[in-house]
Design a protein around this ligand. Structure first.
Ligand code: SAH
Length: 255
């Protein structure tokens, strides 16, 4: 029976520069019958979706849900069971804070064939375009990725701020704008050096990328002054100093 089903491709779009899309992602997008997307892949990539595909906006942008996760799962199942070749397009990498794992679990449960297509995560690419390698031999050989904004249904913080404050490596925070002040305070409370450099990279790898650099003690004020908005990556750690040396990417792209 299952051979009558279509197939779902969970595809990472990368952080927004269309040339950071993988060849596999490009091919699958171009041959999809249905594309279910959010806004996170960014304008340039979304505008390149083929006319021929049915396009469904899951609209999960900075908490503004037009489709709940449950409804997204239902659409995925419905379209796949109708025999369609479905691309579920997600910003960055589907398995890095993208709920890709949850969608994959649902597909497995429903007996629907799926494939994962990793993408370049914004957690690495946005800092890179801002001149910040997330590891650097002189500075650190560790990096951790955390969410700054946990699922509202979670009763207790799944993040151990005390351990994070002691962590000597680079901390990269995704979804970290709204809770920036609270999270910086948590790190300071547990003894992290207030002078620890912090960078915020908004719309990383896109033509309007903007970088704000400060330290743990003043970055929340700077973010407010400059009206920093999602999507943005927060980088905390010594490596942020490299922004001054390596500079911002000069965009050698055609968009
Ligand atoms: N799966 C995605 C992350 C999804 S969570 C990835 O691997 O990149 C959404 C968060 O990703 C945003 O709140 C922001 O922190 C980050 N993000 C995604 N694209 C970004 C970009 N181009 N620039 C800066 N941050 C970005």
């Amino acid at each position: 029976m299952s051979q009558k089903f279509g197939k779902v491709f969970l595809v990472g779009s990368g952080p927004g520069d269309p040339e950071l899309l993988t060849l596999k992602a490009r091919r699958l997008i171009d041959s999809a019958e249905v594309i279910i997307y959010d806004q996170l892949p960014g304008k340039a990539i979304l505008e390149s979706m083929p006319e021929s595909a049915e396009k469904i906006d899951a609209g999960k942008y900075a908490g503004k849900h037009t489709l709940s996760q449950g409804s997204i799962n239902e659409v995925l199942i419905e379209k796949a069971k109708a025999g369609k070749r479905v691309v579920r397009l997600k910003g960055g990498d589907p398995y890095i804070f993208g709920r890709g794992g949850e969608e994959a679990e649902v597909l497995v449960r429903e007996g629907i064939e799926f494939e994962i297509v990793p993408g370049i995560t914004s957690a690495i690419a946005a800092p890179a375009y801002a001149g910040i390698p997330v590891t650097h031999r002189e500075d650190t050989s560790m990096v951790t990725f955390i969410t700054g904004h946990e699922a509202p249904t979670k009763e207790e913080s799944g993040l151990d701020w005390e351990t994070l404050a002691k962590f000597q490596g680079t901390i990269v925070i995704l979804m970290g704008v709204k809770m920036l002040r609270r999270n910086c305070k948590a790190l300071l409370k547990f003894g992290k050096d207030p002078k620890t450099p912090v960078a915020l990279i908004e719309r990383g790898t896109r033509p309007d990328q903007r970088v704000t650099v400060g330290s743990l003690e003043n970055i929340a004020d700077l973010a407010e002054e400059r009206a920093v908005k999602a999507p943005a990556i927060t980088v905390i750690g010594k490596v942020v100093r490299l922004h001054e040396i390596l500079g911002e990417q000069l965009f050698d792209t055609e968009f």
